[in-house]
Design a protein around this ligand. Structure first.
Ligand SMILES: [Zn+2]
Length: 140
């Protein structure tokens, strides 16, 4: 089941509707079976806003000053990781699996880069990983 937020182009009314699939939505839309709950118009369309976007937004405006602080924190965290973890670069997924399946307890943790897909694969395999923002620190 998919919940879509629908908008009526006639009266600007928003309402939620459940469909068994996105194809069902297309079918009903084509046949003009989608009717506005308040004005009975068939000018009903999928709203581009997903329900999650409609949640109250967090204030994500950061001033330059705060941004610098956050950046400093990340860089400090990176220093900690660089000191205590072994960098494996793009071999991250390979090395992570190696550690996981050989049950080798690493003295140091490892860090490196991986794609989103690779990360979700690792998670599915029960390999504990954590993502963090990374800044390419060119100042040192
Ligand atoms: Zn309407």
């Amino acid at each position: 089941m998919i919940k879509y937020k629908l908008i009526c182009k006639n009266c600007d009314n928003f309402f939620d509707s459940w469909f068994s699939s996105s194809k069902e939505y297309d079918k009903l839309k084509k046949k003009n079976f989608l009717i506005c709950h308040s004005c009975n118009s068939s000018k009903v369309e999928k709203s581009l806003m997903s329900p999650s976007v409609l949640k109250p937004k967090k204030n994500i405006v950061i001033t330059n000053n705060k941004h610098k602080k956050v950046k400093k924190m990340i860089i400090e965290y990176q220093r900690f990781i660089k000191k205590n973890f072994d960098y494996v670069g793009k071999n991250f997924t390979y090395e992570a699996r190696l550690l996981h399946y050989k049950n080798k307890k690493p003295i140091k943790g490892i860090y490196g880069s991986a794609t989103k897909e690779e990360l979700s694969e690792l998670k599915e395999e029960g390999i504990e990983i954590e993502m963090m923002p990374w800044i390419n620190d060119t100042t040192n």
